[in-house]
Design a binder for this molecule. Structure first.
Ligand code: NDP
Length: 246
């Protein structure tokens, strides 16, 4: 496991946006950021799941989050701009952006992948992070210490048979990370890195490996040290890196 012990007040006064915050790793990330003092912006497609996370954060007495249901498959550039305007009015800045939401999609030989499924997955896993990043850059520039985290996968670093558009989309998010990180290097207070969670006990993992005993893999809450490291000030000089949470 990534060796980092986050101080309790690590993220005090930081505003951190997490996509796919209603379930799995994104949910754990939102809860963990809030527990360390951040005001979390919860983005996801299922309002009831976001509401449950919102309630959990409030009940724990952490900073009150913001909840923004948004379907990354259908959202248009204007929707991201509206979100940015809303966040600008409410917070005036953004200190953390976690591109976590993703689809697993069809796992089969590439020539069996339906064009529609390919395009749907690229919309959620690649186009949405681009559009969201583009809309959030002015807000990230208002932060004195901003961190963008692109959640990747081992198949986004080394291609693997039958991992289809998912693997290709994770290569793309690594590319987005590298290009953006290089653009910001030495010119802004924004750092950009990718993080491979490794096998983690979520519904996506279950869908990918239906025969695997879930208890074989850590809970999402157990892989949070790497997320906290990247989102807090201790990673200030880490830019353009591809890290592993386990
Ligand atoms: P889950 O499937 O458990 O959660 C995915 C999240 O993304 C859900 O909250 C889901 O929302 C959201 N999401 C999916 N589609 C959309 C959409 N169109 N609009 C908005 N939100 C959407 O996956 P994990 O938690 O396992 O995965 C999180 C990240 O970690 C992903 O990027 C994944 O690729 C990566 N990863 C995971 C690994 C693992 O072992 N679990 C290993 C390597 C990488 P909803 O719940 O409403 O459907």
């Amino acid at each position: 496991m990534f060796d980092y012990k986050a101080p309790q007040n690590l993220l005090v006064d930081r505003v951190i946006l997490v996509t796919g915050a209603g379930d799995g790793i994104g949910r754990a990330c939102a809860l963990s950021c809030a527990a360390h003092g951040a005001t979390v912006v919860l983005i996801g497609r299922t309002p009831s799941k976001l509401e449950a996370v919102y309630d959990e954060i409030e009940a724990a007495g952490y900073p009150r989050p913001a909840m923004c249901p948004l379907n990354l498959e259908t959202a248009l550039e204007k929707d991201y701009q509206d979100l940015a305007d809303q966040l600008f009015d409410t917070f005036g800045k953004l200190d953390g952006l976690v591109h976590n939401a993703a689809l697993l999609g069809p796992r089969t030989m590439l020539d069996n992948v339906k064009a529609e499924a390919w395009l749907q997955l690229m919309q959620v896993n690649v186009n949405a992070p681009f559009l969201l990043t583009k809309a959030m850059m002015p807000l990230l520039r208002q932060s004195t210490d901003a961190s963008v985290v692109c959640v990747s996968s081992s198949v986004g670093r080394k291609g693997k048979a039958y991992w289809g558009p998912y693997a290709v989309s994770k290569f793309a998010i690594e590319g987005l990370m590298q290009v953006l990180a290089d653009e910001q290097e030495g010119t802004s207070a924004i750092r950009v890195n990718s993080l491979n969670p490794g096998a983690t006990r979520t519904s996506m993992r279950k869908a990918a490996y239906p025969g695997e005993p879930p208890e074989k893999n850590p809970e999402p809450s157990e892989i949070m040290p790497a997320f906290l490291y990247l989102l807090g000030p201790d990673s200030k000089n880490t830019n353009g890196q591809a890290l592993d949470a386990q």
